[in-house]
Design a binder for this molecule. Sequence first.
Ligand SMILES: [Fe+2]
Ligand SMILES: [Fe+2]
Length: 200
Amino acid sequence: MDHFAGLERTGEPCQDVERFLAPRRPETWRHTLAVAERALALAPRFSLDPEAVRLAAYSHDLAAVVPRPNLVATAEAWGVSLTAEDRAIPQVLHGPLAAAVIEARLSVRDIAILDAVRYHTTLRSHATPLDLLLFVADKIAFDPTTPRLDYLAAMQSGLERSLEGAAWAYLDFVVGHVAELGWRLHPNLVAAHAHLRAFR
Ligand SMILES: [Fe+2]
Ligand SMILES: [Fe+2]
């Protein structure tokens, strides 16, 4: 089954994503608009191109249309290469899957946009400014699946220093509360946390 059969390319990728996602996942779309608004508000401070920021934000949770039990098979069908950890923590795959879909179906070629979408859940070591901006905006404009929001104040004060400071605040909360959250830490998240230690 092609979960993205209704995603049609017109040459206006933001509109294409909205037309596809908004009616299918209204709650995800509300979150998407909140992420885009937050990311666009921050973009000038970090000299990021607003069109790239908007497309990355609009696309990041596009794969929410895929039920979690189907994520591994769907990612494989779209040519996403999977590690053992990806298979063990399949919820992180909605980022890499969304990147693969917008590249193939909407002809998005900007590697900075594709990477920001790909790594928006886990981040990665040596993240780019666009990776960090989308990651931070996504966590601040939290989605309905977020179990706890204790990290928001730390993120806001980290953000007064830098994007790295805000990302560090979130990752350090997750790493410090992993047992009670019941999460497994993806290696990309662990690597990002280690890299950002210098920015705390
Ligand atoms: Fe996401
Ligand atoms: Fe999100």
